[in-house]
Write a protein that binds this ligand. Structure first.
Ligand SMILES: *Cc1c(COP(=O)(O)O)cnc(C)c1O
Length: 379
C-alpha cells in the first residue's frame, strides 16, 4: 500500500457514543432523534425547504428522478464528466441522459451548450458541482425557467460550498448530497435529498417512505397510512444518522482542515503553472468551495499517466477520476451526446487528483508537493 494514501476516512470521536445512544433509545429504524437532528442541521445550513436523509447520493438522485416524473423517452441534459449515478438515476426511469460538454475552467457543465440540446422531450437539467465548485447556476436556472424544465443539483461533493453566497443543494428544485466515506463528511454510505420547491415536499416524503404517507401518520395528520405513489425504502437507520450527526457537528472544522491542505497545494504549484508544466483548479469569484478535492491538469495524457506512476514509486497515491460516461459501454447503450465532447475527453485524460483528507498531517502536504514538483520538472 502507498504510504501517502489518497483518502482516509475521518472520525470526530463522537460517532460510537451517538450510535450507542440511538441503541439505548430503542429505536433503530429511521426517522428518529438523530435523523431529525441531521435534517435540522442540513436544512439550517443550506436553507433548503426540506431535507431527507437517504442511503446514498445515488438513491437521493433516484428520488429526484421520481419527483421529476420522468417518463420513458424523456430527456435529461447533464455532463458526461460525472459519476455513473447521475445518469443511472435517469436510465432507471427509462429516460435518456443527453450529454453536453464541460467548461474548460471548472470542468462543470458548460451552461452555454445547454439550450441547443433542449428538445420537446427534455424534462430536466442535471448539474454536477465538480470538486465542490458550483456550476453557473443563475444562467442555468434562467434557461430552465424559459423552457419550463426542472433542475437537479448533483451536489454529492457540495457539502458547505456556496454559489453567490447560497448553499449548494438549495438552488435547483431538487438536489442530492453524498456522505460516502470518500466525501467531506461521512456515514460510510449515506446521502440526502434536498427539496427546494415546496409543492414537492409532501410527495418527496411519500417516495422516501416506501410510497406511503407514513410520515403524516406519525405526525398524527392522517389516521392510517396507505400506499400513495411509486416509492421505495430510501430512509437510513438511526445508526447511520447517529454516525452522521457526529460528523455534521464538526462540519465547519472539517471543511477548514481540508481548505488548509488545498490552499497549501495551490500556493505550492503556482510557479509550475506559470512555467506551463501544469494547470491548477479554477475557482470562479462567485464560488465558495469546500476543498473536496485537489486536482492538477497535466499537459498531455501520457504525462499524466507517467506522473501517476512516478508518484506511486514514491509511495504517493495520486489518481485519475471519471472515465467520461459517453464513451463507457453503459453510455453507448443508454445515452445520447449533443455536440462535441472535446473538453470532457481532453481534461479527463489529463487530470490527476492528489491525496487530501480531513486533518491530513501537515508534513505530508509538503511531501506530496515536493514529489509532484520533482516529477513534473523532470519532463
Ligand atoms: C460520490 C458521488 C455520487 C454518488 O454518491 P453515493 O453516496 O456514493 O451514492 C454521485 N455523484 C457524484 C458527482 C459523486 O461525486
Amino acid at each position: 500500500m502507498n504510504r501517502v494514501t489518497f483518502n482516509q476516512p475521518y472520525m470526530t470521536g463522537k460517532e460510537l457514543e451517538y450510535i450507542a445512544d440511538a441503541y439505548s433509545l430503542g429505536k433503530l429504524s429511521g426517522n428518529g432523534k438523530y435523523t431529525k437532528l441531521c435534517h435540522a442541521w442540513l436544512q439550517k445550513q443550506t436553507t433548503a425547504h426540506k431535507v431527507l436523509l437517504s442511503h446514498s447520493c445515488t438513491s437521493a438522485l433516484e428520488m429526484a428522478s421520481i419527483l421529476c416524473d420522468l417518463q420513458p423517452g424523456d430527456e435529461v441534459i447533464m455532463p458526461s464528466y460525472t459519476f455513473v449515478s447521475t445518469a443511472n438515476a435517469v436510465v432507471l426511469r427509462h429516460a435518456i441522459p443527453v450529454f453536453v460538454d464541460i467548461r474548460p475552467d471548472t470542468m462543470n457543465i458548460n451552461e452555454h451548450l445547454i439550450e441547443a440540446a433542449i428538445t420537446p422531450r427534455t424534462k430536466a437539467i442535471s448539474v454536477v458541482h465538480y470538486a465542490g465548485v458550483a456550476c453557473e447556476m443563475d444562467t442555468i436556472m434562467a434557461i430552465a425557467q424559459r423552457h419550463n424544465l426542472l433542475v437537479v443539483e448533483d451536489a454529492a461533493q457540495g457539502f458547505m460550498s456556496t454559489y453567490k453566497g447560497r448553499a449548494l443543494g438549495s438552488i435547483g428544485a431538487f438536489a442530492a448530497m453524498s456522505f460516502h466515506e470518500t466525501k467531506n463528511v461521512i456515514s460510510g454510505e449515506g446521502g440526502a435529498l434536498f427539496v427546494n420547491d415546496p409543492q414537492y415536499s409532501d410527495l418527496a416524503e411519500i417516495i422516501w417512505e416506501k410510497g406511503t404517507d407514513r410520515s403524516k401518520f406519525f405526525r398524527g395528520e392522517v389516521d392510517k397510512y396507505t400506499w400513495q405513489h411509486v416509492g421505495s425504502s430510501f430512509l437510513p437507520s438511526e445508526l447511520i444518522a447517529a454516525f452522521l450527526w457526529a460528523q455534521l457537528e464538526h462540519g465547519s472544522t472539517i471543511t477548514q482542515s481540508r481548505l488548509d491542505v488545498w490552499d497549501f497545494y495551490h500556493n505550492a504549484f503556482q510557479s509550475l503553472e506559470t512555467s506551463e508544466l501544469l494547470r491548477r483548479p479554477v475557482i470562479p469569484a462567485e464560488c465558495g468551495h469546500n476543498a473536496h478535492l485537489y486536482y492538477l491538469i497535466l499537459p498531455t495524457h501520457e504525462l499524466r499517466d507517467q506522473a501517476m506512476e512516478e508518484l506511486k514509486k514514491l509511495n504517493i497515491s495520486a489518481i485519475f477520476h471519471y472515465v467520461p460516461l459517453h464513451s463507457s459501454p453503459g453510455g453507448l447503450r443508454y445515452t445520447r451526446t449533443h455536440g462535441s465532447m472535446e473538453v470532457t475527453d481532453s481534461l479527463s485524460s489529463r487530470l490527476l487528483r492528489l491525496p487530501l483528507w480531513n486533518h491530513m498531517p501537515q508534513q505530508l502536504w509538503a511531501e506530496v508537493a515536493t514529489a509532484v514538483e520533482k516529477v513534473v520538472q523532470s519532463y
